[in-house]
Design a protein. Structure first.
Length: 318
């Protein structure tokens, strides 16, 4: 007769499995990181204080310093606040990876409002659904993407559309084609301005916002991100200020390197969590330059990598 012993190996204690995990960390990687109780806007404000003259981002070879980015965000924040942006309200962002995206996010967080991330891949019906379901009353978008928004402006609750353009930042011949495409999509050559449609650059003429609106980092939502993976319709994911500050500081430490000495490639779309955290917020936490390109084009991106030589290249497998 075979007797089964009741003796079994003891389960590893919590401390032992944690230590096994930490043993795999690089030798210079801290086992824990303190997370300050601050709003997400503190990342860029800190970078602007520490490295004001360092380029925060580049686009088509033109640099914007951390001080310039922070100043423009504070001016836009004032304009958005004057149009009703405040805690509990949503401001939509429908943009490619351009400096205005960075300015818009920071401005929204300075007002205490929540950024509603809209994808350029969405059709007008999807954009309208998210605008209406969240009560979003302001959307910041590119002129070529504006047709996806204008229907919601007519139906409400959308009250203001802020328009920016790439027409003057690209080669002359491409700028001509860009304007022709704008005419085809929107029916106008020059960007309009009225009580409901505003030019991004004009809103930067406001006086800077004095100080950020007070929020509760662990409770207030910084980003509302529609996401559904590949299996279902998008759901709204709520990311608090503390969520994203913690994520940015974790990535800052994991990337290593001295702050202000490295640069990142900013091609992954910022409306996606990967691009937002690993590219954009990490660059602010590390005081690093973010090299932007509006959409992925293999030759253009390879040329950008060759010319700028970013040390950190967030990407996805082919």
């Amino acid at each position: 007769m075979i007797t089964l012993s009741s003796t079994r190996s003891p389960a590893p204690s919590a401390s032992s499995w944690q230590q096994s995990w930490l043993d795999e960390y690089p030798c210079d990687m801290p086992s824990s990181v303190p997370y300050p109780r601050v709003p997400l806007s503190a990342l860029l404000e800190r970078a602007a204080r520490r490295t004001p003259d360092l380029p925060a981002c580049t686009l088509y070879g033109r640099a914007t310093t951390f001080a310039q980015l922070n100043e423009r965000a504070r001016r836009l924040a004032r304009s958005l606040a004057d149009k009703g942006a405040r805690p509990g309200r949503h401001v939509g962002v429908l943009l490619p990876n351009i400096p205005e995206y960075l300015i818009a996010l920071q401005a929204i967080w300075l007002t205490g409002a929540t950024a509603l991330q809209l994808s350029p891949l969405m059709v007008a019906e999807e954009v309208g659904h998210w605008v209406e379901s969240t009560g979003c009353h302001i959307v910041i978008t590119l002129d070529l993407l504006a047709p996806a928004v204008m229907g919601a402006l007519e139906r409400g609750p959308l009250e203001h559309v802020v328009l920016t353009s790439l027409a003057r930042r690209i080669a002359v011949w491409r700028g001509m084609l860009y304007r022709i495409e704008r005419l085809r999509r929107n029916g106008y050559l020059r960007m309009p301005q009225d009580a409901h449609r505003h030019r991004f650059e004009d809103l930067l003429q406001a006086e800077p916002l004095d100080k950020p609106v007070s929020i509760t980092p662990e409770e207030d939502v910084a980003v509302l991100a529609p996401t559904g993976g590949t299996t279902s319709s998008p759901k709204a994911v709520m990311l608090t200020h503390r969520n994203l500050v913690a994520n940015a500081l974790q990535l800052r430490n994991w990337c290593g390197g001295e702050d202000g000495t490295e640069s990142l490639l900013g091609v992954l779309p910022f409306f996606h969590a990967y691009g937002l955290t690993v590219s954009l917020l990490t660059s602010w936490a590390k005081c690093s330059t973010l090299h932007l390109y509006p959409r992925f084009e293999s030759r253009a991106v390879l040329s950008l990598i060759e010319s700028q030589r970013p040390e950190i290249v967030p990407a996805v497998p082919a």
